[in-house]
Design a binder for this molecule. Structure first.
Ligand code: HEC
Length: 108
């Protein structure tokens, strides 16, 4: 039941076997970013382009070899395409979103 509800909310996305959203650049991202940690560290974050650029700088501080410009652009495009800022915060759509102010939406 819970799974059915989750699917109704958000259809499953096509993913590669290593857990990244399927995309022609997915293998580039997997080989670039997957050598140190799980791709789930990526898929659990949503950022805009400048946020991901900062992340790449941070990863270099962690020991990542700086990427050639064309690779970096492809990686950033991929990250923004699939891990961009969340457009919709689900709870906000619910009438029960702000229980502290509106415990019951049927109350005046
Ligand atoms: C040389 C090893 C290495 C590589 C390569 C690497 N990372 Fe990381 N990454 C780390 C380490 C270590 C941490 C945990 C420490 C930290 O948060 O900086 C981390 C943490 C993260 C985090 C969670 C922390 C945060 O800042 O949000 C994200 C997201 C992330 N990496 C994304 C990436 C992406 C995207 C790539 C590929 C472009 C990548 N990493 C490549 C070492 C690496």
């Amino acid at each position: 039941m819970a799974a059915a509800w989750m699917w109704a909310e958000e259809p499953p996305r096509a993913v590669t076997p290593w857990g990244l959203p399927a995309d022609p650049a997915a293998s580039l991202v997997a080989t670039t970013c997957g050598s140190c940690h799980s791709p789930y560290l990526i898929t659990h974050h949503h950022r805009d382009r400048s946020g991901w650029e900062k992340t790449l700088v941070k990863m270099q501080a962690n020991g990542m070899t700086p990427l050639p410009e064309s690779f970096q652009e492809q990686v950033l495009d991929y990250l923004v395409r699939h891990q961009g800022p969340l457009e919709r915060q689900h709870p906000v759509d619910s009438p029960w979103a702000q229980p502290a102010f509106h415990a019951n939406p049927l109350w005046p």
